[in-house]
Design a binder for this molecule. Structure first.
Ligand SMILES: [Zn+2]
Ligand SMILES: [Zn+2]
Length: 343
């Protein structure tokens, strides 16, 4: 089968002709219908995030049709539409038995530790293949399994409830999903903090209150808009110490700041006045859980989570086209996601 692989760190991906994977009793073989090209893939190619082995077929955002099922994979049949949970886990370590597979002792990520979806077929454990309703296009089924799933996990980790207000720092791929999911939770006001005018305008069109961080301290602006009260939940999706601190300071009493963005910087907090007095919580968020995916899929099926066609671009399973997308991802500033659709 055709695949597009990373053969050398820092070099362009290349075409490869590789065997169709042999499946085991608990696996399924999926004919890839869509594979999202993610920012993390650019990081793997560039050597910013370490991968385990070369050559490696990248691609962790995958949807397709079941081609073959192992004899133990009873919940799926050939022809089923599925989307893939990218984290493989043992199911028996102390974390897996508690449903916390992102900490699995022997966890592996598809497209990082083992071959991913930039190929015609992929083999995954059947437990990682989730039924994809007909209402959800394959392209959406692929990309929602990464940033949308993590945005949902952030809301869950923050204990976000109906009627609560929320501030979203950063309106990239995560923020685009987080805003829609917050509204699906029946939230009160959503404040989106950004410096990019186009993103602020798009957040406002989607029903958020745009907070332009270039026109004054966003914390002051949120305090003013909430009559001094602050918000119930803040999501930090940028990965800077400055916005992490702002996400804590814009909270009201009992507020929760969920930190998703990655940074090596340190953040300073005054424990007494900024945390203890208000019983504020600061929460780390990493990836997402298999148990959260059925709810995510239902939000997409019911139209509460949408990726309009002008936010999706399609390329072939072609190394040159994929490399061009990875180059562009470094400085992308829009919500357009590119998906590989093998011909
Ligand atoms: Zn991704
Ligand atoms: Zn485990």
């Amino acid at each position: 089968m055709r695949a597009v692989q990373l053969t050398q760190i820092g070099k362009a991906l290349e075409h490869a002709d590789v065997p169709i994977p042999e499946i085991g009793a608990s696996d399924v073989l999926i004919r890839v219908a869509a594979a999202g090209i993610c920012h993390s893939d650019a990081h793997y190619r560039g050597g910013i995030s370490k991968i385990d082995r070369l050559p490696l077929t990248l691609g962790h955002e995958i949807a397709g049709r079941v081609e073959k099922v192992g004899c133990d994979a009873t919940h799926l049949s050939a022809g089923d539409r599925v989307c893939v949970h990218y984290l493989l886990y043992c199911g028996s370590c102390e974390f897996c038995v508690r449903g916390l597979e992102q900490f699995c002792r022997s966890g592996q990520m598809i497209g990082k530790h083992r071959d991913g979806g930039y190929a015609e077929f992929i083999k995954v454990p059947a437990a990682n293949a989730f039924p994809l309703p007909d209402e959800i296009p394959f392209e959406v089924g692929a990309i929602m399994m990464c940033s949308s799933a993590t945005a949902l996990h952030a809301l869950n980790k923050a204990g976000f409830k109906a009627g609560e207000s929320i501030a979203i720092f950063g309106f990239g791929g995560l923020g685009f999903s987080a805003l829609q999911l917050a509204r699906a939770f029946d939230c009160a006001n959503v404040y989106v903090v950004e410096i990019n005018p186009a993103k602020l305008a798009s957040a406002a069109r989607m029903g958020a209150i745009a907070i332009d961080a270039t026109s004054g301290d966003p914390v002051e602006q949120i305090k003013e808009a909430t009559a001094g009260r602050g918000v119930d939940v803040a999501l930090e999706l940028i990965g800077s110490a400055k916005t992490m601190r702002q996400s804590v300071l814009c909270l009201g009493c009992l507020g929760r700041a969920a930190l998703v963005g990655l940074t090596a910087e340190s953040m300073s907090i005054h424990p007494y006045t900024e945390l203890i007095n208000k019983e504020v919580e600061i929460i780390g968020v990493s990836d997402h859980l298999a148990t959260e995916l059925p709810a995510l899929i239902e939000f997409a099926r019911s139209g509460k989570l949408r990726f309009p066609s002008d936010t999706l671009r399609v390329v072939d399973l072609d190394a040159a086209q994929i490399n061009a997308v990875l180059n562009a991802l470094q400085d992308s500033i829009d919500h357009v996601r590119t998906v590989i659709v093998p011909k």
